[in-house]
Write a protein that binds this ligand. Structure first.
Ligand code: PEP
Ligand code: MN
Length: 347
């Protein structure tokens, strides 16, 4: 259910509605908009009796939300959501970058943190090009228990050091609730990987975090299941969710996964959340990354998550799909040209 307040409703009237919702043992989610405030209601197993709220001063109307996901739906929140990422270096935590449709946000970096030198080199390379967010995993979900599993807490330490020194924002994966406090401290965006999209205890934990969450699509998840996973995070009070398409499992074996760019328009139709695309995991081969990155921009995505490594052939994970610095520069040039033609700016 969604309570739409009148445009001239006073803060007191909004507060009164919030109180009434809590009194019904439900959870109110106030969403201030450009012209009026709306209040989402969750927690109801059956239908809410609309009359109790309809009669309160300042209330314009009550709308039943038909989708199973509520807070993630465009029915509940018509305007696009913009996610603010704060600057890791500035004392007052100035806004470093904003993810949303007005710009096209690039997040790039190696699959894994391997050592401090390669993280520093990558952070410096990206910063010089104006990229404000670096991806790199300290905890790696690997298909084989014998493969490099990431440096764990040591990897987070490296990220923390480089973050403080260069001011680049960090996107890094959280694999289990045990490491949540440690990851939360270093990450400017907490990544939830494809294998954990429906790890509900993990989703409940990041719901309590003050940090934005990058929610990768489960490799066999439908759009509805994906948005329901976002709903877990939002229902727990964290509205800062960025979706990330990274390819799904199909019968095709010409690429590592099948990058489902056709999901972008329906995401935009059904949800107000921003969506990024990861063409690196989506294709698995570096030669295919640039064409799919450009296609993502053309299809209306809000940005990219790209694997870049100073020496891809020496990488401890996902080298085959990682661009080297020269490859990233070439991609950046093409993205800039396409963005200009589409009237968008690279962030
Ligand atoms: C990654 O981003 O390095 C990663 C492991 O991604 P995914 O969860 O999409 O496989
Ligand atoms: Mn990877």
């Amino acid at each position: 259910m969604l309570v739409v307040m009148q445009s001239h409703a006073t803060p007191d009237e909004v507060a009164q509605v919030l109180e009434a919702i809590k009194h019904m043992n439900l959870t109110p989610h106030p969403m201030p908009g450009a012209t009026r405030t709306a209040i989402g209601i969750t927690g109801n197993v059956g239908a809410v009796d609309p009359r109790t709220l309809e009669v309160l001063p300042g209330v314009m109307e009550l709308i039943r939300v038909t989708k199973p996901y509520k807070l993630a739906s465009r029915e509940m929140h018509e305007e696009d959501t913009y996610i603010e990422i704060r600057n890791p270096k500035s004392e007052i935590r100035k806004v470093q970058t904003i993810i949303g449709p007005k710009t096209f946000t690039l997040i790039a970096g190696p699959c894994s943190v391997e050592n401090e030198a390669m993280i520093s080199r990558t952070a410096e390379f990206l910063s010089e090009r104006g990229v404000r967010l670096m991806r790199a995993g300290a905890f790696k979900p690997r298909s084989s228990p014998y493969a490099f599993q990431g440096l764990g807490l040591g990897g987070l330490e490296i990220l923390s050091k480089v973050r403080r020194r260069t001011g680049i924002g960090i996107v890094t994966e959280l694999m289990d609730t045990d490491n949540a406090d440690a990851v939360e401290e270093v990450a400017d965006i907490i990544q939830i990987g494809t294998r954990n999209m429906q790890n509900f205890s993990l989703l409940r934990r990041v719901a309590k975090s003050g940090k934005p969450v990058l929610l990768k699509r489960g490799m066999s998840a439908t759009l509805e299941e994906w948005l329901m996973a976002a709903e877990y995070v939002m229902a727990g009070g964290n509205y800062n969710v960025v979706l990330c398409e990274r390819g799904v499992r199909t019968f095709s074996d010409h690429s590592r996964n099948t990058l489902d760019l056709s999901v972008i328009p329906p995401v935009k139709h059904l949800s107000h959340l921003p969506i990024l695309v990861d063409p690196s995991h989506g294709t698995g081969k570096r030669d295919y990354v640039a064409p799919m990155a450009l296609a993502s921009l053309a299809a209306g995505a809000d940005g990219l998550l790209i694997e870049v490594h100073p020496e891809p052939n020496q990488a401890l994970s996902d080298g085959a799909q990682s661009l080297d610095f020269a490859g990233f520069d070439r991609l950046l040039e093409s993205l800039k040209r396409l963005a200009e033609a589409l009237g968008r700016a690279i962030n």
